[in-house]
Design a protein around this ligand. Sequence first.
Ligand SMILES: [Zn+2]
Length: 409
Amino acid sequence: MRRLAVALLVVLACGLCHALTFSNAYLSPRNRERARRDSTQFIILHTTEGEAKPSLRKLSKNGEAHYCVDRNGKVYRIVDRSRVAYHCGVSMWRGRRNLDDVSIGIEVVGYHDRALTAKQYAALRDLILELQQIYGIKDANVMPHAQVAYGTPNRWHPRSHRGRKRCGMGYATPSVRNLLGLKERWLSDPDVKARRLVVGDDYLAQVLYAKNGDKLLPYKLPGAAGAKPAEVATGPRTYVIQKGQTAWDIARDAYNAASTTYIFPSGTSLTGDKIKNWEVLVAGTKVILGDADAAGSPLQTLAKGAHPRNLIGEAVYSPNTWYIRPTGGSIQGSKLNAKTLAAMPPGTQILVGYARGGPVTSQRLPSQICPTQWDAPDTFYLIPGKTLQPSGDIDMRRVPPGTLVFYRN
Ligand SMILES: [Zn+2]
């Protein structure tokens, strides 16, 4: 009798979870060293902006998501759902920053401007429902990455702005939410309303909040009238800069990333990290966005003859802005005046939206200085006498005493 009851339970349970197949093939080696989250308030949905294999490898290597949904609906576990994964980057919602500390991140193999497969929508729907039930997350707080990411001031935006990237923007629209079984959604941006941020991407704001945002999507959903299989096509996308457009309009914050390639009308090409002068990008320049749902480097370098204000706008005097001289040594923005600011030498590295921790001693390791971000890909280390290096380039077993740690705040 008992055996029968157990068998019945198994059948019932599988009836609920039939669509979800989990794989641990890409479980992150970072998993065990990650802090556990105290609270889970959001589910953040992403598009990998790259194909399955390279995306899964990168997500796993850096521990950048909790789950990844492949085109066939298969769900890969990357980081244990109770631990912190680095998927949001610079982010804010209702004044709360660093949403990685309070959210679960789901990557879906695909692109923000192409439809996902029917199997992906179905698997995502089941996965979201299961996580909502475990953590008590309401529908409105299941949001696309684009909705919570924000950009710090850059050469095109003097203020912090919503619209750093368009990752997963379609997840906010009524038609996609319907496919995902989500009812409520946010009807306006609370951080723009409270003037913590300005709108940096009008089109994105329309997709996220307009009643007919789904009509503005550049694709049709699978099964919709007129949908073409080509709309879930693969491979990197090429865009052409139109007159009056900037590199930021095309690549957003990945404009200066090594994964973004520019092909000039002359035929020569450069990657984003090699371009110094952004004012001369002419119409007709082709832009190839590489794989990876990644922001460009938050690290900016002062070119010869440039003023920091051209790079980071109103953030020049912020206490969260740090200047690292080419000879080493760091200065906080709030410690500068007009004269010392203008005298910053070329080659100075600049970080916006960061806190400084340390120094590292034999008693005080990086993991004690910033427990949740010490190995985040956008955490930087300043070893005495050197310039900033990303955490991934540092041998964590041998961090010299006196090293300072710069982490997002
Ligand atoms: Zn994303």
